[in-house]
Every structure is written in C-alpha cells, then in structure tokens.
Ligand binder design. Structure first.
Ligand SMILES: [Zn+2]
Length: 213
C-alpha cells in the first residue's frame, strides 16, 4: 500500500472543502500513469479531515482508506475505479473514471472526471445524489411509520388523510397533546423530504410556497 511519499511517483495532495478526486488533475500531475501511487489528503483549516492512499494499476485506480459510519468502528475500504481513455477531438486522450457504483443491481459505469466521497465509496455526482435521496426516503418512511404507530395506539386510523383520534379515556391531556405533536412533527418531516425530492416538479408558485424563494 502506497503510504505518504512511499511511491516512486508519490505525491501529497491537498484540496479544501470538497472530498472529490479529479481525473484531469491526477492525469496532469502524472498520477494516472501505471505504477504511480501516493496519498491524498483533505484539509479544513489546516487540519487533515480525510486521507486516502491511491495506486494506479493497469486500467484502474486502487483507492484504499478507512471509513466509519456514524456510531460504528473504522473499517478498511479498498475501491477499484476503472479508467477509460477517450481520444480527444484534436488529438491526445482524455482519461475518465468509470463510476464504480452499483445502484439497484445495475452498475453505473458513467464516464466522469470527478468522483465524490458521499459515504463509504467514491461515486459520481449522479449516484451520490441518488444515495442521498434514497436515504431521505428511508428517513421519510421511518417518520411516517412512527406517526402511524402513535395514530393506531390512540385507536385512530393510519395516514395523514385521517383525523387523529380523540383523547382516550384515562389519558392525561398533556400526554395526549405530546402525542399529537409527535404525529404532526413526524408527518411534517416526511413532507419536507418528499417536497425536496420532487421540488423540480413543482410550479414556481408552489416552490415559493414551500421554499420561500
Ligand atoms: Zn455513478
């Protein structure tokens, strides 16, 4: 594994803010040449917030780093990113990454110049957005399930189209109000995600209504 400066063409790189890798930059600095290796670091205010080791093999780039999901242990990740050389119009070749993501059983394989670290893997912008949305969708589902559970516990019907059941006999008014509030809060959260996801379908008036812009 190519640690910092250990490769023959070893380089240390820094890029602020975006955790992405750029095929054009790597190509220009000779790091997509077979055998090149080094380490890439991301800094924020002078502090290293993330780092990966890379090594260029025949036809692919090997990335190795550690990743930690919130609340879990650090785990080693090795990601292989295929490289694709496309002849340029006016001579020479442009090297692209082929996005290694597999979404719903289908490989993405898009040819892109940049891959982003949105989670465990480096993915193209498109897949990164998909992952973000499906996460939001899971969260929205969870929120609705939680709201429905309380609705049913109050002897009412599931779903936002129904009234919340009146206060059951023997339940404290304060408890009942808290449960009503929780139902409203969960359903509202689910709405926010839903609207974010489908905001591009909204009319200008609707956008103004929801987003105030
Ligand atoms: Zn992709």
């Amino acid at each position: 594994m190519g640690g910092y400066g250990s490769g023959r063409h070893g380089h240390k790189h820094t890029a602020e803010h975006y955790r992405s890798i750029d095929a054009n930059k790597m190509k220009r600095s000779g790091n997509l040449t077979e055998g090149a290796s080094g380490q890439w670091q991301w800094l924020r205010e002078g502090e290293t917030i993330a780092q990966i080791d890379y090594m260029t093999r025949k036809g692919y780039l090997e990335l190795s780093y550690r990743y930690r999901e919130t609340g879990n242990e650090w785990e080693p990740v090795i990601e292989h990113v295929r490289l694709s050389d496309v002849p340029r119009h006016f001579g020479g070749v442009q090297t692209y990454f082929k996005c290694p993501a597999v979404v719903d059983g289908r490989a993405c394989n898009r040819q892109v110049s940049k891959l982003y670290a949105g989670g465990r893997y480096f993915l193209c912008r498109h897949c990164y957005n998909l992952a973000y949305y499906s996460q939001s969708e899971d969260r929205a589902d969870r929120m609705l399930r939680r709201a429905n559970k309380i609705r049913v516990a109050l002897a009412g019907e599931r779903g936002t189209a129904n009234w919340i059941a009146p206060k059951p006999k023997g339940m404290w008014q304060r408890t009942y109000q808290r449960k009503r509030f929780e139902i409203g809060w969960c359903e509202n959260q689910a709405d926010v995600w839903f609207i974010e996801k489908y905001s591009h379908f909204l009319s200008m008036d609707e956008r103004r209504m929801f987003f105030d812009d």
